[in-house]
Design a protein around this ligand. Structure first.
Ligand SMILES: CC(C)(COP(=O)(O)OP(=O)(O)OC[C@H]1O[C@@H](n2cnc3c(N)ncnc32)[C@H](O)[C@@H]1OP(=O)(O)O)[C@@H](O)C(=O)NCCC(=O)NCCS
Length: 391
């Protein structure tokens, strides 16, 4: 059996900062209310030109740099996201193209805020079984695009960003030691994001769903989600530790999903461990859903909180309802990469984009030579048929 070690990590937060005080100009709330009830002070918001895939690419490129792996060595890319630009092509396929990861399978995984832990478990199993040798696991979200900015119960919580880890096969015991994944679909309505085509009450117009929430935006029962989260975080940590044959005493750090500092404090109390064993960066990033754990992990590593042989637990929970935990033996020290080396590695992605463009042109020329109608001609034809009443 092969072991799946985390050998690279990277995160990307958009430059634009949205502080609580600015949200207080949009909805009836205050900086103090948001901070005391959640622990959040500010979050990042993607620029118009940024997408979940571009954020995911930035995080993945940084993780590959740390892992010192060429994109062509990656055999699997999983993107955990609830905010894909398209249902298909998947965000993972776009990242594969941006990276030029020519030998990778790629797919998106939908498990809301638990998505990163679910994806980590899938990728590590693929390595354990020998199916792939190297994989990238990414959590990436543009939550700002699915928020109802008039709903003070949700718009105060979420932010945008991406985080990624590179998993590499090894004969040395360690890496992802155990994972537990759980779900309870009966609580699906407590936290939901309807799909674009889902409008069960069309008579209310295209903008509104029956529950009064705007179409394609998050609807949440905050109190019930809070209750659910406080019960599952400590339970899943205990379960995954039992599975790995460890106890909380063997754990150096817990990187939880960053939803609410009070949920984290309650879990610490239940486990009878000091709250500072949990890494928290909510204050600066808010809840970035599937991206929150890998973003927090990167910050924890940057702060020197993990050293070789430390055991770290990741624990996620969210829509579905879903919850999950993984325990990982950390055994890498971050390599020193010079600026020149970094720039040189970045040039790969310019080549990958040019190659992708060239492939698109070749496909178009091939289609033209084979007599296929151009996309423009196809649209003209559709317009003509619809004006004839045939569509
Ligand atoms: C959303 C959340 C912060 C609300 O905090 P809370 O203490 O539970 O607040 P409640 O929903 O009980 O509301 C208390 C009061 O504050 C009000 N309120 C809600 N949001 C508010 C806001 N942004 N600003 C000011 N007041 C607000 C409510 O209307 C309510 O007023 P009322 O007592 O007059 O009816 C909290 O429930 C939470 O964090 N839940 C978990 C959400 C989560 O983590 N989701 C993601 C999971 S992945």
């Amino acid at each position: 059996m092969k072991y799946a070690h985390i050998v690279g990590w990277g995160s990307y937060l958009p430059a634009k900062v949205l502080k609580n005080a600015e949200i207080a100009k949009m909805v009836d709330t205050t900086d103090e209310w948001i901070y005391t009830r959640t622990g959040i002070k500010e979050r990042r918001i993607a620029e118009e030109k940024e997408t979940t895939a571009t954020l995911a690419f930035e995080a993945a490129a940084r993780a590959l740099e740390v892992a010192d792996l060429h994109p062509s060595q990656v055999e699997l890319i999983i993107v955990a996201t609830s905010t894909p630009e398209y249902i298909f092509p998947s965000t993972a396929c776009r990242v594969q193209d941006y990276l030029g990861a020519t030998k990778a399978g790629a797919f998106d995984l939908s498990a809301a805020c638990s998505g990163f832990v679910y994806a980590l478990s899938m990728a590590s199993n693929a390595i354990n079984s020998g199916m792939v040798r190297n994989a990238i696991v990414i959590g990436a979200e543009t939550m700002s695009r699915v928020l109802d900015w008039h709903d003070r119960g949700t718009c105060i919580l979420f932010g945008d960003g991406a985080g990624a880890v590179v998993l590499r096969h090894s004969d040395v015991p360690g890496g992802v030691l155990a994972s537990t994944l759980r779900s309870d679909g009966s609580g699906g309505d407590l936290l939901s994001l309807p799909a674009v085509y889902h409008n069960p009450m069309p008579m209310l117009g295209p903008e509104y769903l029956h529950n009064g929430h705007k179409k394609n935006t998050i609807a949440m029962n905050g109190r019930q989600v809070f209750r659910f989260a406080t019960s599952v975080v400590s339970d899943s940590i205990e379960q995954v530790l039992t599975q790995a044959g460890l106890t909380v005493k063997d754990i150096s750090l817990i990187v939880p999903h960053q939803a609410n500092v009070r949920i984290i404090e309650s879990a610490a109390k239940k486990l009878k461990i000091p709250a500072d064993k949990f890494f928290v960066n909510l204050e600066r990033a808010g809840n970035t859903s599937a991206a929150s754990i890998p973003i927090a992990l990167c910050e924890a590593v940057d702060n020197g909180l993990l050293k070789p042989d430390d055991n770290v637990v990741f624990v996620g929970f969210g829509g579905g309802l879903t919850w999950a935990a993984s325990v990982v033996k950390w055994n890498v020290t971050p390599p020193k990469v010079s600026l020149a080396e970094r720039e040189w590695k970045r040039a790969r992605y310019i080549y990958a984009r040019s190659r992708s463009q060239a492939k698109k042109v070749i496909r178009r020329v091939g289609a033209y030579l084979a007599g296929s109608p151009t996309p423009k001609a196809r649209m003209k034809d559709a317009d003509r048929r619809s004006s004839n009443g045939k569509l």
